[in-house]
Design a protein around this ligand. Structure first.
Ligand SMILES: [Zn+2]
Ligand SMILES: [Zn+2]
Length: 198
C-alpha cells in the first residue's frame, strides 16, 4: 500500500510503500507514549525504507533515546524522526534493520484499514492512569510480542501489495540484520504474562 504522510505544519511530507499497514500494534513504552502517543501508546506501522521519499528534509530532526533500566543505561539505536518546526513524530528507523521503517500511524494521511484486533505491547511500561482498551480478543504483552508486524499481517492475509523500490533493484551491499556480535536481544524479548482483553 502506498502511504502518504506529513507533519502537522506541512514542512515535511513523505511517502513510503507499506506491506504492514494495519494499525494494530500499540506500544505503551515510555519512548512511544511520550514522543508519539499522549493517549498512552503509539501505533507503529511497517514499511520499506528503500521506498521512503521525503520533502522538507531540512526540517527533520532525529531523537535517539537513552534507556535507563535500574543501574543500566543504554542508548537506543532507533532513530526517531520528527519535525523540528511543529514537533510531530513521523517515523522510527533503526540502522540495525536498515530496510525497515516504522511510520507512526498518526502521521499518515492515507486512510488506513481498521484493525480487526489490537496488540497491546510493552504494558510493563504503561502509565498507571492508562486503561487498556480495545477489541475483544486483543492480545496483551508485558514486553514485546513474540511475533513481528510482518508475521501478524501474513497470518491474517492482511499484507498489502508493495511496489518494489527502484533502489531495491540495484545491487547493494547485503543488509545486516543485527549489529556484529550482537543479537536482537532487548528488541524482541520473550513475552511474559500473555493475557486477553475482556
Ligand atoms: Zn511540522
Ligand atoms: Zn514503544
Amino acid at each position: 500500500m502506498h502511504l502518504e504522510g506529513s507533519c502537522h505544519c506541512g514542512s515535511i511530507r513523505f511517502s513510503v510503500e507499506s506491506a504492514e499497514c494495519v494499525p494494530f500494534m500499540r506500544c505503551y513504552c515510555s519512548i512511544c507514549r511520550k514522543t508519539a502517543g499522549t493517549g498512552g501508546y503509539a501505533i507503529n506501522l511497517g514499511a520499506d525504507h528503500r521506498t521512503l521519499k521525503v520533502r522538507g528534509k531540512r526540517h527533520l530532526r532525529i531523537y535517539k533515546a537513552t534507556i535507563v533500566e535500574g543501574e543500566h543505561v543504554r542508548h537506543s539505536t532507533g532513530q526517531r524522526h520528527f519535525c523540528g518546526v511543529c514537533g510531530s513524530a513521523l517515523w522510527m528507523w533503526d540502522p540495525a534493520w536498515p530496510d525497515l521503517v516504522h511510520p507512526h500511524a498518526g502521521a499518515i494521511d492515507t486512510p488506513l484499514p481498521q484493525p480487526p484486533a489490537n496488540v497491546h505491547s510493552l504494558l510493563g511500561s504503561k502509565a498507571s492512569w492508562v486503561r487498556v482498551e480495545g477489541l475483544e480478543g486483543d492480545q496483551c504483552f508485558v514486553e514485546f510480542p513474540d511475533f513481528s508486524l510482518k508475521e501478524w499481517h501474513q497470518e491474517r492475509g492482511l499484507e498489502s501489495h508493495v511496489e518494489p523500490a527502484e533502489t531495491a533493484r540495484k545491487p547493494k551491499k547485503p543488509a545486516r540484520t543485527t549489529a556484529p556480535g550482537k543479537t536482537a536481544k532487548g528488541k524482541r524479548a520473550v513475552p511474559k504474562a500473555v493475557s486477553k482483553v475482556a
